[in-house]
Write a new protein. Sequence first.
Length: 472
Amino acid sequence: MAEYNVKSLKAEEFINDKEILDTLDYAEKNKDNLELIDKILEKAKERKGLNHREASVLLACDNEEKIKEMYALAKQIKKDFYGNRIVMFAPLYLSNYCVNGCVYCPYHMKNKHIGRKKLTQEEVKKEVIALQDMGHKRLAIEAGEDPKNNPIEYILECINTIYSIKHKNGAIRRVNVNIAATTVENYRKLKEAGIGTYILFQETYHKKSYEQLHPTGPKHNYDYHTEAMDRAMEGGIDDVGLGVLFGLEMYKYEFAGLLMHAEHLEAVHGVGPHTISVPRIKRADDIDPDVFDNGIDDDTFAKICALIRIAVPYTGMIISTRESQKVREKVIGLGVSQISGASRTSVGGYTEEIRPHDTEQFDVSDNRTLDEVVLWLMKMGYIPSFCTACYREGRTGDRFMALCKSKQIQNCCHPNALMTLKEYLMDYASEETRKVGEELIKSELENIPKEKVKEICKDHLEKIEQGIRDFR
Ligand code: SAM
C-alpha cells in the first residue's frame, strides 16, 4: 500500500487513503478532547492555517461552545485577510457535449433527452455582451469533455473571442476556466491564452467511489484527474481552484482529502490553491440528488465553510447559485470571498428572455438578478467587487498570496473594489442600488488606512464619475 507522501506527484501517495482513514479515526477519538481542541484553536488564531489532521478534529467536534468559537474565528480571519469585499463572477456554459458517464451530471453521454448545444463564436459574443450588459467583468467558462466537439482549440478560440469583445463600457477582464483534466501542453496553451484560475472539482477524493461515480469516459481515471493540478502548474498556471461536490461521499473524508490536496500543492509548488469551491449536488434533468445518500444539511455545510477559512486562510472560497440566498448569506459571513450572480447554467442561457431548462446543468437556487445580488450584499455591509487588478498586474500564485499575507489588502484591494463598484453603479445599477452604493463608497473610503492611497482613490472615483473607465 502507498505511504502518505505530501510531495509525491502520485495521487495515491499525496491523497493517501490510509492517511485519510487514520485522520478520521484520530478526529473521532479526539472530538471531545477540549484540551486538544483549544490548542488547535490557539494555533488557528496565528492565522497560518491548520493541517488536515487538526482541522478534521475541529470538524468532528460537536461541542456547541467550541463551534461558536470556530465561527467567530472564521469571521475574524475572513475580515483580516479579505475585508468586507465579495468578488462577483458568472459562469458561461460553452458546450454540454460530453463523452463521460458521470452519474450525478445530466451532461453524461447516455442522456438522450437533454438538448446538446455548443456555442458558435457569434453566440459566444452574444452571451458575453448579455453578461457585460449586466455589469460582469469576470467569467468562469464551463464545458463538458468531448475531444471532438469541444477540443482545446475550441476552448482557446472562445477565450480569445471573449477577451476581444469591447462593448459599451464593458469588457471581460478575467476568464477562469472549468474544463476537464488535460495535458501539460494544453495547460500551457490555456496559460498563453491568458486565463485566470484553472478550476477543476475533484468531485470526490474517495478513489473507489470516484470510479463508480465516473463509470465510463476519460474522467474515469482517478489518478489522471487528481494529478491534474500538478500538470496545470507544470504548464505555468499558478492559480488553480480545487473543489469537492458535496453529497457524493462522506463529508469528513472529502474535507480531509481536500486539505491534503492543498497541502500537497503548497509543498510541491510553493503555493496552495487560489480558490476552493464548495458545490453541493443539485437536482438536474435526469438526476435526483436524493439518490446520493451523503447529502449534508445547511449547518454542516456552514461548518465546513468556516473550517476551510480557518485551515487555509489565504485561499479564496467560492459559492455558486446552487445555494439559496439564505445559505449564501450565512456562509459569506463565515469565509466565502467570491460568489456568482444571475447565473444561467444552460448553454446559451443569457440571451434567452426566460431562463431555459433544456440544456441546463443543474437547478439554480438563487435566481436573482445581478443588481438584486449587488444591492443585497451592500445592504449587509459587503462591498461587491468587480476588480481584476491582481490578475492584470501579474499578481498571481505566490505573488497574490504575499499580498494577502502582508495584510495590504486594505490599501490595495479595498480601493480597487470601491472603484470597480463605482463603475458598476454608474453603468449598470438601478436607482436604488446606486443610492445605497454611493453611500457605501463614501463611508468605506474612510477605511483606507494610507492617506495618500485614499486621495488617489478619491481622484479616480471622480474621474469615473466623469466617464473615464477601467482603472482596475
Ligand atoms: N467537464 C468539466 C469537468 O469534468 O470537470 C467541467 C465540469 S462541469 C461543467 C462543472 C461542475 O459541475 C462539475 O465538476 C461538477 O462538480 C458540477 N456538477 C455536475 N453535476 C451537478 C449537479 N447535478 N449538481 C451540482 N453540481 C453538479
